[in-house]
Write a protein that binds this ligand. Structure first.
Ligand SMILES: CNc1nc2c(CC[C@H]3O[C@@H](OC)[C@H](O)[C@@H]3O)c3nc(N)[nH]c(=O)c3cc2[nH]1
Length: 373
């Protein structure tokens, strides 16, 4: 089958697990952070640099590639792996989130979603069948069901109807999926902030016996504590022998907390997005390298980091490049931020191996946030 999860070890201190995800394009060690390459590139990074920092899987996006350059072009190029010269695993999101957050939404019906392209204003239509056609053409190893990610906050009735429709859409995705042997379709648990809707959604998805399960509808503006509370009662409902993917998350604290709650896969645009305005994640917390105080700071960005940026360039040089809006500056801060999160997950996997993830969390929180919670 397309994707097989191997549970290696259950952490004795927490709900965290060590695993391996076997895919047609290679093995992924979990828990894992997945760099986001929405437009078929992880902005400013080359595939060689991503391999150098041990990125094992990257994301791309159905909505964006459908709009530009179009999935037929990517298919004619031999699929996304060939098109972007990335021979490791790829996961594509279904476009559900983008349609609701980016497109000029026209109408949601049982059939699908009518919207206008945020680029050309052209009238477009996405449905479970269309999302499968696009993802089958792109050829990612893991593809996501077409869902609605309800806004936060949202009324119980709205979330109930949306979650039930998302379940009907998932069954249509399963039906329409043209390449189940080499592309694993993950379902997405919805239900908003409502426990009974989350539990019902999880139960329905588990009954479909899918190769993997995402927890969606989070990291959409809800309070942090609410996200962790929802994860706390949703994740245990998902099968232990399948991967769990928390969509759109997140910050260093959220990755560690999510792993403790039994999440195996994370994606977030944060590290690449904040890098472009000179904000970096370092072992001593966030550091905005464009600040004037770094004008004559000739030390490394992060003295405890051994990445290419920290081994070869100073804070003063990075500040200068970012201030001058030099592309090389964006590349160096992006490289470091991605390396930081990938390395954080490497340390998380190490801590699970040694049954000391909770201790690792306390140490990390103290250093990064200067507090224990
Ligand atoms: C940021 N918070 C967040 N992102 C989310 C995404 C998009 C991630 C995708 O959107 C793009 O990044 C914003 C990247 O391409 C990424 O793969 C979601 N996607 C779906 N299908 N369903 C969800 O419930 C969902 C929830 C999210 N919460």
């Amino acid at each position: 089958m397309a994707v097989r999860y191997e549970l290696l070890k259950q952490c004795k201190q927490s709900g965290a697990r060590l695993g391996r995800l076997h895919t047609p394009h290679g093995v992924i060690e979990t828990p894992i952070f997945m760099p986001v390459g929405t437009l078929a590139t992880v902005k400013t990074m080359s595939p060689e640099e991503l391999k150098e920092m041990d990125a094992q899987i990257i994301l791309s996006n159905t909505y964006h590639l459908f709009i530009r350059p179009g999935h037929e072009i990517v298919k004619e190029a031999g699929g996304l792996h060939k098109f972007m010269n990335w021979d490791r695993p790829i996961l594509t999101d279904s476009g559900g989130f983008q349609v609701f957050s980016l497109g000029d939404l026209r109408k949601i019906t049982e059939e699908g979603v009518q919207f206008r392209s945020h680029l050309s204003g052209e009238k477009l239509f996405l449905s479970p069948e269309k999302a499968m056609e696009i993802q089958n053409a792109l050829g990612a190893d893991i593809i996501m069901a077409f869902d609605e990610c309800p806004p936060y906050p949202a009324e119980y009735e709205y979330v109930k109807n949306s979650t039930e429709r998302t379940y009907r859409w998932l069954k249509r995705c399963k039906e329409a999926h043209g390449r189940p042997e080499d592309q694993a379709l993950f379902g997405i648990v919805q239900g908003g902030e409502y426990r009974e809707l989350r539990e019902e959604s999880a139960r329905q998805l588990v009954d479909l016996d899918l190769p993997g399960y995402a927890v969606g509808g989070l990291s959409v503006g809800e309070p942090h504590e609410m996200m962790f509370e929802i994860l706390g009662y949703t994740t245990p409902l998902l099968p232990k022998d399948k991967p769990r993917y928390l969509m759109g998350v997140g910050s260093p604290e959220a990755l560690i907390e999510g792993a403790i709650l039994g999440i195996d896969m994370f994606d977030c645009v944060l590290p690449t997005r904040i890098a472009r305005n000179g904000t970096t994640m370092t072992s001593e917390g966030r550091l905005v390298v464009r600040n004037a105080k770094f004008t004559r700071d000739f030390g490394p960005l992060d003295p405890n980091c051994d990445c290419y940026t920290c081994r070869n360039y100073s804070r003063a040089y990075l500040r200068h490049l970012i201030k001058a809006d030099e592309t090389f500056g964006l590349r160096l801060t992006t490289y470091h931020n991605l390396y930081f999160l990938l390395n954080l997950m490497h340390q998380v996997r190490q801590a699970i191996m040694e049954d000391r993830l909770l201790d690792f969390r306390d140490e990390f929180m103290m250093k990064y946030y200067g507090t224990l919670n």
